[in-house]
Design a protein around this ligand. Structure first.
Ligand code: AHR
Length: 505
């Protein structure tokens, strides 16, 4: 049986884990908001109309931050439509998804939901059809205590305390021709820099995210980053990245290696940002806000969806995820953790129904998709420092990325609690993999829990009828003399958590 080795040492570190890496995304798209998080007629709805069955699953999933309200939606959004008396709010045509937006849920309702879900918000401002003025007005409404026109409006709308939103995206995917108000790099760079400058005049403490490319296949990729950062470098804290993966034409080996693509993409954006920083003689290092990532299949039918009927809360891209998708999601989390020295924020897109870990039916149940599990357990178990493992793995060939390692793995180490967590995937669709992890530098350890997610059928999925078909199972591990051993089946994600045995005082 093929075998791979992992060597870990508490001294070999990538850096501290920013827990904002376990972010999520709620867009006014399809059924993410309406009949997703919000459904006043649902039997589990609370006094504000939020589904408590969904809230419970969100808490179990364990995201830390939530990006809102888009996505492509934000590029045509008027935030004022969503505040004030609900019965006076307009029904608008949302151009991004050719949907009716009722505005029943707006900024204050969303903030109430985020509080219940214990999530810190990341707001996006509209730099498609709007600009500096409206972004500043929303920030004033959100963050100023009172005594100015927009902050007083918030108070009049029943929100006495400022929302104190720290993180703000300067638009969304502005390089994409599908974006309402799409811009060239220099057009966007100018408006983003001016918006950032003005927003800091309203609230100097905000953290700002400039729009990077929509994906690495964009013809303008890297040139876009270079140009927009020339304008914005000194004004922003992060640059955004987006990436979605899918199995194309039954090429499972390439799909399972999606993390290799994400690795290369992150390294390219970091290199480009650092180049601009060097050129500008600016010692600051930008963070990466990987604020949209996931597996996504159905996009062809909906991006630039001019051919669709105009509907309210339509069923858009409600992908059903399988075991292989969950393994890829687990590996993408490993990839993000590996880059924890630069990835400050990451948001899996999206949270409910729309390419989401949580699915719902109107008036019906809510359930966990396969991709729910690696996210929930990685978020729960990863703490402290991300370690830099030395990996020794056999390779396999892929049509897109050449030879790639069969094993991918990372680990986190929390010195305070003495907890070590190891995350590993077997990307092989053919063979099981023996994994040997050397942990001798940690002193005495004991295994706290060990799990794996795999299935005889890599295309097995969870559905409304069979919501628990795929879930993690206990993984048999052996720990002897500081060496941990386990065997992963083909197409498997795993997590093992260990605790340092400390002398009682
Ligand atoms: O997450 C779905 C869509 O994907 C978002 O609206 C957009 O930003 C991206 O293209």
């Amino acid at each position: 049986m093929p075998s791979a080795a992992i060597r870990l040492d508490p001294a070999f570190r990538v850096g501290p884990l920013d827990r904002r890496l376990f972010g999520t995304f709620v867009e006014h798209m399809g059924r993410c908001v309406y009949t997703g998080i919000y459904e006043p007629e649902h039997p589990t709805a609370d006094e504000d109309g939020f589904r408590t069955d969904v809230l419970e699953l969100v808490r179990e999933l364990g995201p830390t931050v939530v990006r809102y309200p888009g996505g492509n939606f934000v590029s045509g959004y008027r935030w004022e439509d969503g505040v004030g008396p609900v019965e006076e709010r307009p029904r608008r045509l949302d151009l991004a998804w050719r949907s009716i937006e009722t505005n029943e849920v707006g900024f204050n309702e969303f903030m109430a939901w985020a509080r219940k879900a214990e999530l810190e918000p990341i707001m996006a401002v509209n730099l498609g059809t709007r600009g500096v003025q409206e972004a500043c007005e929303l920030l004033e409404y959100a963050n100023l205590p009172a005594g100015t026109s927009f902050s007083d409006q918030r108070v009049a709308h029943g929100e006495k305390q400022p929302h104190d939103v720290r993180m703000w995206c300067l638009g969304n995917e502005m390089d994409g021709p599908w974006q309402v108000g799409h811009k060239t790099a220099s057009e966007y760079g100018r408006v983003a820099a001016e918006t950032a400058r003005a927003m800091r005049m309203v609230d100097p403490t905000v953290e700002l995210i400039a729009c990077g490319s929509s994906n690495s296949a964009m013809p303008t990729f890297a040139a876009w980053e270079a140009v927009i950062l020339e304008h914005t470098y000194h004004m922003v804290d992060h640059i955004s990245m987006h990436a979605y993966y899918e199995e194309v034409s039954g090429d499972l080996p390439t799909f399972l290696a999606s993390g290799v693509d994400m690795d290369r993409f992150i390294e390219a954006v970091v290199a480009t940002a650092d180049h601009v920083g060097a050129r500008l003689r600016n010692p600051k290092k930008l963070g990466i806000s990987f604020d949209e990532w996931n597996v996504w299949y159905e996009k062809g039918r909906f991006v630039g969806a001019g051919n669709l009927e105009i509907e309210q809360a339509p069923r858009l891209i409600e992908d059903v995820f399988n075991v292989a998708d969950a393994v890829v999601v687990g590996d993408l989390l490993i990839t993000l953790l590996r880059h924890a020295d630069r990835v400050a924020i990451a948001c899996q897109a999206q949270l409910v129904n729309v390419i989401a870990p949580i699915r719902t039916e109107p008036g019906g149940p809510a359930w966990r998709q396969t991709i729910f599990h690696p996210f929930a357990h990685t978020s729960r178990l990863a703490h402290g420092q991300v370690l830099r493992p030395v990996l020794d793995s056999p390779t396999y060939s892929t049509s897109k990325f050449g030879e790639v390692p069969v094993l991918d793995a990372t680990a986190t180490w929390d010195e305070g609690t003495g907890s070590l967590s190891v995350f590993a995937v077997n990307r092989s669709s053919a063979d099981p993999l023996d994994v040997v992890v050397t942990l001798t530098s940690f002193g005495a350890l004991e295994v706290a829990e060990a799990m794996e997610l795999s299935d005889g059928d890599p295309y097995a999925a969870n559905t409304e009828q069979e919501p628990e078909r795929v879930q993690p199972r206990p993984l048999a591990v052996m720990l002897e003399d500081g060496v941990l051993r386990f065997t992963l089946p083909p197409v498997a994600w795993s997590a093992v958590s260990l605790t340092q045995v400390r002398a009682q005082t």
